[in-house]
Design a protein around this ligand. Structure first.
Ligand SMILES: Nc1ncnc2c1ncn2[C@@H]1O[C@H](COP(=O)(O)OP(=O)(O)OP(=O)(O)O)[C@@H](O)[C@H]1O
Length: 844
């Protein structure tokens, strides 16, 4: 006997279509039923319909969709609502007993869910396992049942809502279970995976990743505790599902698995399809329940497929899981285990919920930290920009500061330079005034010939110099120092110093002085500067009373002073700063000499010859005879006709510059002032033939002259100026110095500028100033056809020369030195008050 099919649990009353219940068809009994345990009323009342000794793990529910086309339905509910009766075309019918049957036209998805699904979901909430699967041919309504439509949600969304919200969510009009489980869902956490099996491949519809092996290990999940949110995500994924007949391949494999289990085969072909592989745990796990929904179409055209589906479900329903007899201990253990598991589940859900909250909090903190980091980065960028700007400003400020300092320093230096130039200008003006004053005094002296006046003038000058401020003294020294810097040539200077043996008068060598008696001569020489004016001073040896006692015929004795006071001024000046008192004393010395010179000028009786033996020459007598008259008068005025001059045979020695024993570079110059009375001879100096008498005179004269050359100077107009004696190797530049000195002494300042005319030369052209040094005196035409007498013809310059500023060369020198940065050296206080230039200026 075949065991009866499992008794269905109470369900809705059979529909009117179940008219064929009288002759219900029996499903194929065969061997399958042999495994089914005997059904007891208790088991039948139990939801699973399984006895205490056995377990019915698969619950099969039939879901008959609406009839889409017209015509009669091929299916009807029988067995009190637990069987599906299939009516054949021949009028026969067949009943398939299930755990429940639902007709879509009579019961919507909500009713179907509440009656057959919700109890399973509640078991899941307390820790049970449940697999809900649909089975049926294409178009039978599987998707519709699981996911629903726009009007009503399917099992998936309702189950999700019940798990999380306790059944009180949207769409649950019944509200069943919601009040009882209020608050129970708090802390529950749902993880949803959406997989699709197509062509025997499993696809993760969330990540679209292929899952290899037994389980979809790499599947992603929709997780959370909000049913609405998860439902929306699932709805999105559900649209990706592929809807084709290929899926039934898995259904076939599932059918074989079910039949194999139901038949009690030792081998269950779970691995025949991916679908059965996924459902293996659900079939083998004792704790797991399977809710199989058979979707069937009432269309008679689909009758064959419908019958096949119902047969498959009937077999699944026959699957039983052998269960050992439950002892009281097992029963208690089971209850304790269930309670403990429920507690653990609740604790784990609460822990998960806590983790989720913490995760959210940390995520929030991370976002805030990222915002702070972004703000810091922006601030850092701004600070870097500011730093760069500040650096640029500092750099610009430094450059500006440096430029400002340079400008300030330049301005200061320029101001100092201007002050120095002004000081120099003032000093030059003072010196020029001093020079002019000195010249005026000399002219006054020359005109007056009064000793008293000489003393007064000399005294005034001395007093004026004494009153010169120290600053002037120093500034003069500075200027002189600059002059010393002009040349680097060594200087050898004899310093003028008054002979301590002489307290008397000093004779100077001017034309008016004429002679000097018993004098001490000190020469000041500068080697390397032959063109420089050299000062010779003669100290009178005797006093005035002796001169008067000798009745104007005293011998003029000259003694060359030993060079005991020779000092290297350059070294001395540079070695140690000059004491202002010493410099002042020396300046006073010089002007005292000048005063003495003027004193000598007032001694017409005293005559001098500086040509050695020439003191004994007749010239001395000639001048002696004329000593009562002013010397200048005796020599005549050069502006007068030569015929009115005195005898030319009585040359007067005015100044002699001897060769320096210290330096051989000094050009030996001998000058002798003579009067030229023979104007007629002068006029014909280069044209008149030399007479025999002249020849004799010339020979005799040359002997007397001791190798000197006589030079007679006249203007181009014919007026004779002077007669001079010079050494044989003298040149025009030497002659120029003597002539200029003569002009200065006579006060003919305007005649300082002249040019030598080279008479005798075919061109008769004037000699340029630069070439004067190269023209020997011997190149001049002979005067009066005498071999050692020459004639120098002068052409006066048209414009009077501007007064020479003694320091004008220094201007350019100073400028060049200032440009070279040697201003400090030039303006050094190291002064040589006895500089020959200085002496020259004072002398001038
Ligand atoms: N109970 C029902 N009430 C109303 N319409 C239904 C019902 N069941 C199915 N349908 C409709 O029938 C059509 C096919 O249903 P469904 O797609 O769910 O079949 P299926 O079994 O999933 O087919 P397939 O296997 O090809 O996916 C759908 O348009 C669906 O809306």
């Amino acid at each position: 006997m075949a065991p009866p099919t499992p008794s269905p649990r109470p369900g809705p009353p059979p529909t009117p279509q179940g008219g064929g219940l009288q002759t219900p068809l029996r499903t194929p009994a065969s061997k399958h039923r042999l495994h089914f345990p005997a059904t007891t009323p208790k088991n039948a009342h139990h939801g699973g319909g399984v006895g205490a000794a056995t377990e019915h793990p698969v619950e099969v529910i039939g879901r008959i969709r609406n009839l889409s086309s017209g015509g009669a339905s091929a299916l009807e509910i029988a067995g009190g609502g637990t069987a599906v009766r299939v009516r054949g075309d021949a009028g026969g019918c067949r009943d398939f007993t299930l755990d429940g049957v639902s007709v879509s036209e009579e019961e919507d998805l909500e009713g179907f869910y509440r009656r057959f699904v919700r109890s399973r979901i509640e078991g899941v909430r307390v820790g049970a396992k449940c697999t809900v699967m649909v089975y049926g041919p294409t178009g039978s309504g599987k998707s519709h049942t699981m996911f629903g439509c726009a009007k009503q949600p399917g099992i998936v969304y309702r189950a999700l809502r019940d798990i999380l919200d306790g059944g009180g969510g949207e769409g649950d009009s019944s509200g069943g279970g919601g009040d009882d489980d209020a608050g129970f869902g708090a802390g529950l956490f749902v993880q949803v995976a959406v997989l699709e099996i197509y062509n025997e491949e499993i696809y993760d519809l969330l990540a679209r990743l292929e899952v290899m092996g037994k389980k979809a290990k790499n599947a992603t999940y929709i997780s959370g505790n909000e049913a609405g949110k998860i439902s929306r995500e699932v709805a999105k994924v559900e649209k990706r599902r592929i809807v084709k007949t290929k899926i039934n391949q898995g259904n076939t494999a599932l059918k074989r698995v079910v039949e194999s289990i139901a038949n009690g085969d030792s081998h269950v072909p779970f691995r025949d399809s991916k679908l059965t592989m996924l459902l293996q745990d659900s079939f083998e796990d004792d704790k797991s329940k399977i809710l199989m929904i058979l979707c069937a179409s009432p269309d008679p055209k689909e009758l064959h497929k419908t019958v096949s589906t119902l047969e498959y479900g009937a077999k699944a329903k026959c699957i039983i899981r052998a269960a050992h007899a439950a002892t009281p201990r097992d029963k208690m253990s089971s209850e304790e285990s269930s309670t403990m598991l429920n507690s653990r589940i609740v604790a784990m859900n609460q822990f998960i919920y806590k983790l989720q909250k913490e995760n959210k909090l940390r995520e929030k903190e991370r976002n805030e930290a990222q915002n702070v980091l972004r703000l810091k980065e922006e601030e850092l960028t701004q600070l870097r920009a500011k730093l760069k700007l500040i650096e640029m400003k500092e750099k610009a400020a430094k450059e500006e500061e440096i430029n400002s300092k340079v400008m300030e320093k330049t301005h200061t230096l320029r101001s100092e330079l201007m002050k120095m130039e002004e000081a120099m200008l003032r000093q030059q003006q003072e010196l020029a005034a001093l020079k002019q004053r000195l010249q005026e005094v000399e002219r006054e002296k020359a005109d007056a010939h009064q000793p008293v006046q000489q003393d007064l003038i000399g005294g005034r000058l001395l007093a004026r110099l004494s009153e010169m401020p120290a600053g002037l003294d120093q500034s003069m020294s500075m200027v002189m120092s600059m002059e010393l810097d002009v040349g680097d040539q060594p200087q050898d200077v004899k310093v003028i110093k008054e002979d301590t043996r002489q307290q008397g008068h000093i004779s100077n060598h001017t034309a008016t002085a004429g002679v000097c008696t018993g004098a001490v001569v000190q020469d000041v020489r500068i080697s390397g500067y032959p063109e420089k004016v050299v000062l010779s001073t003669v100290f009178e040896e005797g006093d005035e009373e002796d001169a008067e006692r000798d009745n104007g015929l005293e011998e003029v004795c000259k003694e060359v002073v030993e060079e005991s006071f020779k000092v290297d001024i350059t070294q001395h000046a540079l070695a140690e700063p000059e004491d202002p008192t010493t410099r002042k004393h020396r300046i006073e010395n010089i002007f005292r000499l000048c005063g003495n010179h003027r004193e000598l000028a007032k001694k017409p009786k005293v005559q001098s010859q500086v040509f050695g033996d020439e003191n004994k020459s007749p010239a001395k007598h000639v001048f002696g005879e004329k000593s009562k008259s002013p010397a200048k008068k005796a020599f005549g005025d050069e502006n007068k006709e030569p015929s009115t001059w005195g005898a030319i045979e009585t040359p007067m020695c005015d100044v002699r510059v001897t060769d320096s024993p210290v330096s051989s570079q000094l050009s030996p110059i001998v000058c002798q002032v003579v009067d030229e009375p023979l104007s007629e001879q002068l006029k014909s100096c280069s044209t008149v033939e030399e007479s025999d008498q002249n020849k004799e005179n010339s020979v005799a004269g040359q002997k007397e002259k001791g190798g000197l050359l006589e030079v007679y100077i006249k203007w181009e107009s014919g007026n004779l100026i002077k007669g001079l004696k010079l050494l044989q190797n003298s040149c025009l530049s030497d002659l120029r110095k003597l002539i200029e000195a003569h002009f200065e002494e006579t006060g003919n300042k305007q005649q300082h500028q002249f040019t030598f005319l080279l008479l005798g030369d075919p061109s008769g052209a004037p000699v340029s100033r630069e070439k004067e040094a190269s023209v020997q005196i011997s190149k001049l035409p002979h005067w009066n056809n005498q071999p050692d007498s020459y004639l120098a013809c002068l052409r006066a310059a048209k414009k009077p020369a501007v007064d020479h500023m003694p320091f004008s060369p220094l201007d350019s020198k100073l400028n060049s030195v200032v440009k070279d940065g040697r201003l400090a050296d030039v303006l050094s206080p190291k002064v040589n008050p006895m500089s020959p230039n200085y002496i020259r200026e004072l002398r001038a």
